[in-house]
Every structure is written in C-alpha cells, then in structure tokens.
Design a protein around this ligand. Structure first.
Ligand SMILES: [Ca+2]
Ligand SMILES: [Ca+2]
Length: 404
C-alpha cells in the first residue's frame, strides 16, 4: 500500500494486486483521519489497484488500508497501513496595505521612496512599485519589484512631478491593497556653466523658439516660417535666404563682456556668397557667419571688442547640403574660429565685448539682411570661451532641457 499526498486536498493510493483461487473482483479501501488514528471506515470499492482520495482537509494526516474481495464476497486480509498528510492549503489571503509611502526628490533625476512594511497571514515576499509622471497623473505603471521597504527611482527628468504607489506581495503572488499615493517633483537641472541661451529648434511648428538654457531668452521667427524634421538633432529651423530670421530681445543674460562662445550647426541648402549670418547680437556686438567676404560659404566670426570691430574668416569653404558645426570663442585675448571642432583661425584681440539693447538675430539680421539659406540647429551662446574639448562635447550633445 502506497499513499502519496499530491495537493492540499488529495492523496493518491496504489497497491499490489491480490490473488485468489477463483479470482479477485475488487478491493475495499478504508481510511481513518488524524495522526495515530485507528477507526477505519470504508471509503471506496475500486476494481483496480489504485484510488485517488479527494476532498480532503489541508495539512491533515490520513491512514489507509485495503483488502481484496472475490466474486463470492469473500474478503481477504488487510494490507499494511499507509499514512500520508495532505499539503498545506494555498495562501489566498493577500497582504495588507503598506504603511505610509513618502517620496522625496533628491536631485534633478532621482526620487527616493520609503514605506512602512505590510503584513500577511503567511509572509510578505516583496513589493510592487508603480509610477506615473506629471502633476495629477493617473496612468500608473510598475517600475520596480523591491523586497525591502525602500526604492530609489533614478534616471528621471528634471523639474517633473512624479507620483508613486506601492503594494505588497506574498509567496502565492497575492497582491495587497495600494499604499497612499505620494508625489515629488525633481529639482531643476543644474545649469551649464555660462550658458546664456540655447536653441534646439525642435518646436516643429509655430513662430516661438524656446531658450533651453533656462534664461528665457525666447525667440520669435520673422519672415517665412518652415520647420525641418531632419535636423542635426531632432528638428531644425529652415531659413529661406531672403526673409527668415529669429529675433531674441536684448536681456541682461545676453550681455557677456569678458568672454564668449557662439556655436551652431548649419546645413546650407545652396551655395551662397557674401555675408550670411548664423547669429548676430546686433549691430556687430558679436557674430558668427556661415559665409563671408573671403568667399562663398567661408565661415567667419567677430564682434566689437573694446569699441572696435574685428573679425576673422575661415581659410576654406564649408560644403552645401551637409551639416557643419561652426563656433567662435573669445577669451579676452584671442578670437578663435572653429569648424567641426577644429581651430581654423585665431586672431589676437583684447577689450570688453559691446553690450547694448539691440536684439540677437539668428539666420539674418535687421541691420544688414545677410540671410542664410539652409537649416540651423543647436545654437548655443556662452559668456565664456569654451575649450576645444567642451566644443567637442557640445557637438556630441543635443541642446537639452532647460536648466534654472
Ligand atoms: Ca497571504
Ligand atoms: Ca534640433
């Protein structure tokens, strides 16, 4: 006789066949319940040598014995007694709700969560953390499955509200009720040192150009308005060479005096000669050109230093229908012109940069026209001279989200 518990409610029995002088016609199975029980009761009359006893109580010991019967009703002797205990009942009771959840923003990209432990009839095995983004958001999605009562959510977006809730889990994967919802707003991104204005031209529509530096030097597109989806990074603004120009009002932040960096990606869509403006703080306070008097598509950089205008022109042309990065730096002693991150010209120059109440224009100027024909992307203005490696870093990084 073999008894084998297969669940919390079933024990399977099997035994060796009995013999008889005429023939065994069946068996009588008897059972008693409880450890050391002796009061057996017949529960089944199978003809074969096995029986599955179902409907039992979980975590309970049962003992069995069996005897054969022949056609004349003669009963054989009992088998040995075999005992088995049903398995524990499955846990169908979910854990309770966790204790108070708190969310604390610890940086521009991280929110730390803590909550009180939940309890369960068997045991809590872990937690499910859910998040949604935006003030008043409701579309929660699971983001983590910690086993403890804390979780640090990283890789977040600056200046953004996130809401969280958490619930407990037991070994049977029953999930409990959610905690309270706790919200936190990440801090603003740390400012890029010296960045005065930055334009990604990813707006894609309209006539407003957002300043991603955080200085709110918002621009307005004048003349023909068209946006390109295939910019250097994301979208770009299309300049038609005759009327398109972005104008940014003068501001305190757009008044560098001791140092300067101007950067932009340009994609000329036609060969073009004469002076073609990438950007200029009017009039001639500081400027960067895609084409100059040196020749068609020869970049140039300059400004008004200590009251006198000076500029330097590249020794060769850039290519139409290709993206080129052009930069000027001024550190109080030298104007440097970079093309694709390489220094192509420098000019000894001293003196404070001119400050005035005139606007900054991109892609053309109020004073001269000098309209550029092509796409411009990722314009940056700094109040200090970037190093070569910093220019290289900017070339490899799209203009990003606003800082403070
Ligand atoms: Ca449970
Ligand atoms: Ca862009």
């Amino acid at each position: 006789m073999n008894a084998n518990a297969v669940s919390s409610t079933q024990i399977n029995l099997s035994w060796a066949a009995a013999t008889d002088n005429v023939g065994v016609t069946g068996y009588r199975v008897e059972r008693c319940g409880g450890v050391g029980c002796t009061t057996f009761t017949q529960i089944a009359t199978p003809t074969g040598t096995s029986f599955n006893d179902t409907g039992l109580t979980a975590s309970t010991s049962y003992s069995y014995r069996v005897r054969a019967v022949d056609a004349a009703g003669n009963l054989g002797s009992f088998s040995s007694t075999s005992t088995a205990a049903t398995q524990a009942a499955p846990d169908t009771t979910p854990p309770g709700a966790p204790g108070t959840l708190t969310a604390t923003a610890t940086s521009s990209t991280q929110v730390d969560l803590t909550w009180g432990a939940a309890t369960d009839n068997v045991g809590v095995t872990g937690y499910r953390v859910e998040r949604c983004a935006g003030a008043g958001c409701a579309a929660f999605a699971q983001i983590a499955t910690p086993t403890g009562t804390t979780f640090n959510d990283t890789g977040l977006t600056a200046s953004t509200s996130y809401s969280y809730r958490v619930r407990a889990l037991d070994a049977a994967t029953n999930t409990g009720a959610f905690s309270n919802t706790a919200s936190a707003t990440t801090s603003a991104a740390s400012a890029v040192p010296g960045l005065l204005a930055a334009y990604s031209f990813d707006e894609g529509a309209g006539t407003t150009v957002v300043d991603r530096s955080g200085h709110a030097n918002t621009g307005t597109v004048h003349g023909a308005v068209a946006w390109a989806t295939g910019g250097k990074n994301g979208g770009a603004l299309v300049f038609n060479g005759t009327s398109t120009r972005v104008e940014i009002a003068a501001s305190t932040s757009l008044s560098p005096t001791n140092g300067l960096t101007l950067e932009a990606w340009v994609y000329p869509t036609a060969d073009q000669g004469g002076w073609r403006s990438i950007l200029q703080k009017e009039v001639d306070a500081w400027f960067l050109h895609a084409s100059s008097g040196a020749g068609n598509l020869y970049p140039a950089a300059g400004g008004t230093y200590g009251g006198g205008v000076a500029f330097t022109e590249a020794p060769s042309a850039i290519s139409p229908n290709a993206w080129t990065h052009i930069a000027q730096t001024y550190d109080g002693s030298t104007i440097r012109l970079y093309v694709n991150g390489a220094l192509v010209r420098s000019l000894a120059q001293t003196g404070a940069l001119e400050t005035n109440s005139s606007p900054l224009s991109i892609g053309g100027t109020n004073a001269y026209g000098e309209f550029f024909e092509g796409h411009i992307d990722d314009v940056r203005v700094y109040d200090r001279a970037l190093s070569v490696s910093e220019i290289s870093s900017d070339m490899n990084a799209p203009v990003a989200s606003p800082g403070p």
